[in-house]
Write a protein that binds this ligand. Structure first.
Ligand code: HEM
Length: 517
């Protein structure tokens, strides 16, 4: 029986909502009458209501999560600070840090808490495994592969790291140093041979140098010379794909697709290197690189690590080290060229400790005794820390302060830069002053908690001693073999961010052989 009420009959055209009620009504075994007439909503009105509700919900969630933290009153609908995140700049980060010890922002629907105060930064680093885990960009998993150890967290991560730490003992570092010296001298020769009156950007040669060093230190001569160049070129594709946001499908031509192809090439040779290292060590060969050291540990413990596992670890080391090392070295050369008085002291110390013999490799013990050189490297990394911040994911509601709890599912970002530029710990923080590290009672040495160049806690950089040794050896040896001039431009002090930081002008250097007295 037809309904007797006089409400207009809704159709799919008049409103989906009304249409739904109509269909529902038709299914009923009895009659339902609606005292008030069902309002007629057209498609656009309904859509507008849905969109408006979502926008209100988004702003409400933003406000509830942010509570009293400094941050924008309203979040930009849908994308948040996505546009800014595409073009990260130190200036924008500084504005955010100036908002307070903790501040809030968002990218798409990811709620982000940024920590600038040392107390909160360390708290985040030390919360890994309880409230947080490292948050690599989404592209990291398909590129480095899901079963790579870098995605471990908590106890299993601690145990795995303990095993890897055995490749960074003083004995191992000593062995690596001899290899590093050979590669450094080869590359100095190439830079000198390539040098003209015109200063050139050092980014690409420095990347290649670091890749050549890393591959030889990690894989010895198991990787042929021509493959070093190939991996170095391919590896830049991996670096370029590690962005916050990437095209979600890894179709040919996309950055992630290119990076996956590059990883496949690199892995092919790293796998061959692992196989060759195992065979050589089984045959009683002398250890000569990190993979050999691993084989020794493996045979002693009677535990097998697959070739793939070894290759993946080396791949992760290359990824973690490549950019940061290049940034650290470029700034060390730039700072020394801009401060000839510091370079003169580095040289004087090198000549003295090497006993005037600059043709042999420096030993680890000698490097340890280069107090001024080590202070210089430490200061250069403080002034321009390669890594500005390290994102972590909040796995469980995280009471970061007595009054604020970061909601689960958010991102927390401990920022390293503000601690490293704290004027109370490092007076005149913008100045390059290696001397601040020479006084054991000075504020710099008395506040190691501020020196966060390599992070802190369970995920602190595993290669930090190796990295410090590498930069010190390279600039120390360069100081006695070469002169270099920096052509400063208005962009030299500005920073560009390509995962890590670099001088915006690419750092223009001119090399020349050093005339020793
Ligand atoms: C100047 C050079 C370097 C800098 C500034 C640097 C900085 C960092 C920072 C800030 C972190 C994150 C730490 C954290 O979350 O607490 C990190 C992690 C890491 N770094 Fe480095 N790094 C450098 C060189 C290297 C080198 C040479 C290697 C290779 C052995 C390396 C391997 C790693 C690895 C594997 C991790 C992850 C550790 C883990 O999750 O347990 N880094 N590094």
């Amino acid at each position: 029986m037809a309904s007797s009420h006089s409400a207009p009959v809704p159709t799919a055209e008049s409103s989906p909502l009304a249409f739904f009620f109509d269909q529902f009504h038709a299914q009923l075994p009895f009659q339902l009458t609606f005292p008030p007439a069902l309002p007629t909503l057209n498609v656009w009105t309904s859509l507008a209501i849905v969109v408006l509700s979502l926008l209100v919900l988004e702003q409400t969630v933003w406000r509830v999560k942010r509570k009293f933290l400094p941050g924008d009153k309203w979040t930009i609908p849908v994308i948040g600070q996505f546009v800014n995140s595409l073009h990260p700049s130190l200036e924008n980060y500084q504005k955010q840090w100036a908002r307070g010890p903790l501040s809030a922002t968002s990218v798409f629907n990811m709620f982000i808490v940024i920590a600038s105060a040392n107390e909160f930064v360390r708290k985040i680093f030390n919360s890994s495994g309880t409230y947080t885990e490292p948050m690599l960009v989404a592209a990291a998993r398909p590129i480095l592969e899901h079963d790579n150890w870098v995605f471990l967290n908590g106890k299993v991560h601690i145990d795995y790291r303990r095993m890897l730490n055995q490749f960074f003992t003083r004995k191992s570092l000593s062995m690596y140093l001899a290899t590093q010296d050979i590669i450094a001298r080869d590359h100095f020769k190439m830079w000198l041979a390539d040098s003209t009156d015109e200063a050139k950007e050092v980014m690409i040669p420095m990347r290649f140098f670091n890749m050549a060093t890393s591959l030889r230190v990690f894989c010895g001569s198991y990787v042929p010379d021509d493959v070093v160049r190939l991996i170095s070129d391919k590896y830049f594709l991996i670096t370029k794909a590690m962005e916050l946001v990437n095209f979600p499908l890894h179709l040919p031509g996309t950055k992630v697709y290119n990076a996956i192809q590059a990883r496949k090439v690199a892995m092919k040779y790293l796998l061959e290197a692992a196989t060759a290292s195992k065979a050589n060590m089984r045959a009683g060969g002398e250890p000569n690189c990190l993979m050999d050291e691993w084989c020794k540990v493996m045979f002693a413990q009677d535990r097998e690590y697959s070739d793939k596992e070894m290759a993946q670890v080396v791949l992760s080391f290359l990824f973690a080290s490549q950019d940061a090392m290049t940034s650290g070295l470029i700034y060390a050369f730039q700072h020394l060229a801009d401060h000839p008085e510091v370079l003169a002291k580095v040289r004087e110390e090198q000549e003295r400790i090497r006993g005037g013999d600059v043709d042999r490799a420096i030993t680890l013990e000698e490097l340890d005794s280069c107090t001024y050189l080590r202070a210089t490297v430490k200061e250069s990394l403080r002034l321009k820390p390669p890594v500005l911040m390290v994102p972590y994911k909040v796995t469980e509601a995280f009471p970061i302060s007595p009054t604020y709890t970061v909601p689960a599912g958010s991102m927390v970002i401990p920022s390293l830069y503000p601690s490293l530029h704290d004027p109370e710990v490092y007076p005149e923080p913008k100045k390059f002053l290696p001397e601040r590290w020479l006084d054991p009672k000075g504020t710099a040495e008395q506040n190691p908690k501020n020196y966060l160049v390599f992070g802190a806690g369970a995920h602190r950089c595993i290669g930090y001693e190796y990295a410090l040794m590498h930069i010190a050896m390279v600039v120390g040896t360069a100081s006695v073999l070469m002169d270099w001039q920096h052509v400063a431009t208005p962009q030299s002090e500005k920073v560009q961010i390509i995962a890590t930081i670099f001088p915006k002008d690419g750092c223009l250097l001119r090399w020349s052989p050093r005339q020793r007295k």
